[in-house]
Design a protein around this ligand. Structure first.
Ligand code: ZN
Length: 134
């Protein structure tokens, strides 16, 4: 397993980690298999979406803020209930196919780490599972 370390700078931000994940795949030497990206946090997440236009991530962040405003009638007393909800909506892991040593992402797709309760030091676990053939 490879651990990526991130330092987030804002309370809410999406960080494109595609390059670091591909680097982990390259260094593994695996040509064909599966790459699992896992976020071991409850107020952060990961998602795959368009990374060509940064406005897409901004729009997702904006809509999540509407769905789960920072201040609302939450029961969780820690004051970050919105961050837990946003993390639940985005999800904890992504799985990407590896072929020819490359992450098989669509033309516009990138892998984002989603911070919802930063700034913090964060970790992302990347597990590369070799497959048969290829
Ligand atoms: Zn909390």
């Amino acid at each position: 397993m490879v651990e990526l370390k991130l330092s987030t700078r804002k309370r809410t931000e999406f960080i494109d980690i595609t390059r670091q994940v591909q680097q982990a795949v390259t260094e593994s030497g695996v040509q064909s298999g599966i790459c699992v990206v896992y976020v071991p946090h409850t107020t952060a997440a990961c998602t795959i979406n368009e990374h060509a236009d940064p406005d897409v991530a901004r729009d997702i962040i904006g809509k999540l803020a509407e769905l789960a405003p920072e201040e609302a009638n939450y029961r969780h007393i820690e004051g970050n209930a919105d961050a837990h909800i946003k993390a639940a909506l985005c999800g904890t892991s992504e799985m990407v196919i590896i072929e020819d040593g490359k992450l098989q992402l669509g033309t516009w797709q990138g892998i984002f780490f989603c911070e919802f309760d930063g700034p913090r030091s964060r970790r992302v676990w990347v597990k590369i599972v070799p497959g048969r053939g290829g």
